[in-house]
Design a binder for this molecule. Sequence first.
Ligand code: GLU
Length: 488
Amino acid sequence: MSDVRVRFAPSPTGHLHIGGARTAIYNWAFARHGGGTFILRVDDTDPERSTPENTAAILRAMRWLGLDWDEGPEVGGDRGPYFQAQRAASYAQALETLKASDAAYPCFCSAERLEAARERARAEGGYAGYPRTCRSLDPAEARRRADAGEPHTWRLKVPEGRGDIVFDDAVRGELTFSAASLDDFVLVRSDGTPTYNFASVVDDAGMGITHVIRGDDHLSNTPRQILVFEALGSPIPVFAHLSMILGADGKRLSKRHGATSVEQFRDEGILAEALVNYLALLGWSLDDRTTIFTRDELVANFTLERVGRNPAVFDPEKLEWLDGVYIREMPAADLVDRMVPWLEAAGLLASGEAEQRRPWLEELAPLVSERMKRLEELVPMVRFLFESRVSVEEAARAKVLEKEGAGRSLDAAAGALAAVSSWEASAIEESLRRVPEALGLKPKAVFQAVRVAVSGTTVSLPLFESLALIGKERTLERLGAARPMAAE
Ligand code: GLU
C-alpha cells in the first residue's frame, strides 16, 4: 500500500449527482491506481439539510457504481468516525490547539453589528470583510466574557504580514491568492458547530489526507483551508480542482438539463459501468483516442496529469450511445443478469422463474442487445414474447390485417408452421418462406400479417426468432385468434 490517502466527502443534502459521482470516481481511481486508500466521509454538519435517507441513497449509489471505499461508513477504519456530526470532539480539540498557539480568538460581534460594518465598508467602497474588531480584545477580558456565557464565535487569526498564499494545484497549476483579502473567518459558530472550512481541514488533517480532489467550486475555500492547516501545524495536502460540468447550453449542469442523479440514470436503464466510463471522460482522457475502457483500464491509466482544465460538457446522447455499446458487447449470460430485474419488475417473470428459463433468456438476449441503448427499452420490446395472449393494436389491424389476403396468409402460415417438427428459427423461416409464392402474395404482406398476429404490432423483433421463442403452440394459437380480424 502506498501512502496516498484520498477522500470523497459528500454532504448528504441531496442524492449523488453527476458532479459528485465524477469527483468520487476520480478519487477512487486515483487511490486504486497508486495502491492508496480511498475514504468516504459524510459531511453532515448541516443538520437542517442533511438526512439519513440522503446518506443511505449516496452509499447505495456509490455501491451501484462499484466505487468501494476502504474506510468510511459501514466499513469502519481507524481514523473514524466518518460522519462529521460524530466528530465534535475532534473539532473541539483542534480549537484548543489553535487557542493554545493564539491562532484563534473569540468574537463577540452580533450579526447585526457585523452587517452594519459590512454596509459601511461597502458604502465607502472599501473591503467588506470582517473588520477584526475583536482581534484586539484583551485576552483575559475575552476569556472572562466567554466564560460568562456571552455568545461568541471563534475566528482564525490570519497571521499578520502573511504574504500571498501560493499552491500548486495538480490540475490548474500554480495559483496565488492574496492573504490580505482573507478576513479572519469563522471557524466555530456561536452554537459550537464548526464551519465547513474548519471541519474539513480538521478531518483532512486527522485522516491523513494526502490529496484533496474535488470540484472547483471549492477553489476559493482553498487559501482559507491552507491557513487552517498551517495554524494546526499539519502538512498541506496536494489540491486538485476539477472543472465544472456544463450542460449542452454551456450553463452549469442542473435539473433543467434532465436526469442528473446517479440513481435516476440507473432507473432509466443506464449500466453502472457505462456511467462510470462516461463520467470518467468528463475531464479526463485515457489517451487521445480511447473512448471505451473497463474499470480496470481506468484504474491502470488514471493520473491527475491527464485531467483537463476546461469545463466538460455533459452530453446525455453520448452517454446513451456508450450504454448501447456496453449492452451490445456484453456476453449474453451477463445481459440476462441485467435484464432479469427489469422483467421481474414488469411482472413478465415471476421471481425464481429466471433460473429455469435461463436458456430461453439467453436466446432472447442477442435479439434485444442490438436494439436498445438503455435497459428501460427492454420491456416494451419483449412483452409480447412473455404474455399468454396479445391484443392487436388498432393501427396494425387496419393497416395489415384488414388488407386483402391477410386471412389467407394466416391460414397458410398456420398450416405450414403446424408441420414444422423441430421448432427453431431456421426451420420456421424455411417453412414460412414457401408460403407467399404458393399464395401469389408478396413475402412482406404475408410476414407482416404473421407478425401482427403474434406481436400485435407492425414493428417488433425479428420474426422467425420471435416465433421460435414464443413456441409452436402459442404461435398457432395467436394466428388462430387473429384470424377473425383478418380480411379474406
Ligand atoms: N462536503 C463538501 C461538498 O460536498 C466537501 C468538499 C471538499 O471535498 O472539501 O462540497
